[in-house]
Design a protein around this ligand. Structure first.
Ligand code: B16
Ligand code: MG
Length: 214
């Protein structure tokens, strides 16, 4: 019996992945590393520092911790600059209505994003009041694919993991949801998200009445 729905942010509610990509690519260019949109898939759902490490691995570059901190901070300052322009209508089509319907139908609704900028994005989209709880990258120690973020969201909602469904667009996120003992709807392609219990092209394509048959 599903009682709660937990949403990832980037790629499920809004396309911040594009802004992450543009900022990472700018940094990669400065470092002389070629970084493609396909390689960017590996960064989805994982933490800022792990993302940087993946790019450095791609470039075969090894740097001291201090330098990595400096580069991650630089990338984040560009990302924050880019997302300042986000408008409420950038939310994926149908998602605002879906969040409202879920709560009207008695489901608890949470946001669980690895991003430390999730609060800013929610404010810009004007959707924070649509969630019963928000868990983000500032509140966790282990990033997806570790289940910590989803277990924390469920605990804050007061709902057992087996009664939760997670909407995720990243492979690391699907793994995290399943490791948490939750059901998972993958948003994207079956190639990448094949382990999910169901796959949709975009979040609002999922029919709420199908939650109980996952
Ligand atoms: P930040 P999500 C994740 O958000 C992104 O998918 C991932 O690409 C990013 O590295 C991570 O947030 C950390 O973001 O640098 O803003 O803290 O998909 O978990 O909503
Ligand atoms: Mg995501």
């Amino acid at each position: 019996m599903i009682k709660a729905v937990i949403f990832d942010l980037d790629g499920v509610i809004v396309d911040t992945a594009h802004y992450h990509f543009v900022a990472w690519q700018r940094l990669a260019k400065e470092l002389g590393i070629s970084f493609t949109e396909k390689e960017n898939e590996r960064l989805k759902g994982v933490s800022r520092m792990r993302s940087l490490e993946i790019i450095l691995e791609i470039g075969g570059v090894s740097l001291p911790e201090e330098k990595k901190e400096e580069l991650a901070t630089k990338k984040n300052s560009w990302f924050v600059e880019y997302i300042e322009a986000i408008k409420p209508d950038e939310i994926f089509s149908g998602v605002r209505e879906m969040l409202s319907s879920l709560r009207q139908q008695g489901f608890k609704v949470a946001l669980a994003s690895s991003s430390k900028n999730a609060e800013t994005v929610l404010r810009l989209l004007q959707i924070k009041p649509l969630f019963d709880t928000v868990v983000d990258g500032t509140m966790i120690t282990h990033s997806k694919p570790d289940p910590e973020i989803f277990l924390l969201a469920a605990a804050r909602l007061g709902i057992e993991p087996e009664h939760c469904v997670v909407f995720e667009d990243a492979e690391a996120g699907v793994e995290a949801a399943l490791a948490a003992g939750m059901k998972c709807v993958g948003v994207g392609s079956a190639d990448q998200l094949g382990k999910a219990d169901a796959i949709v092209n975009s979040t609002a394509d999922f029919r709420i009445e199908n939650l109980h048959s996952l």
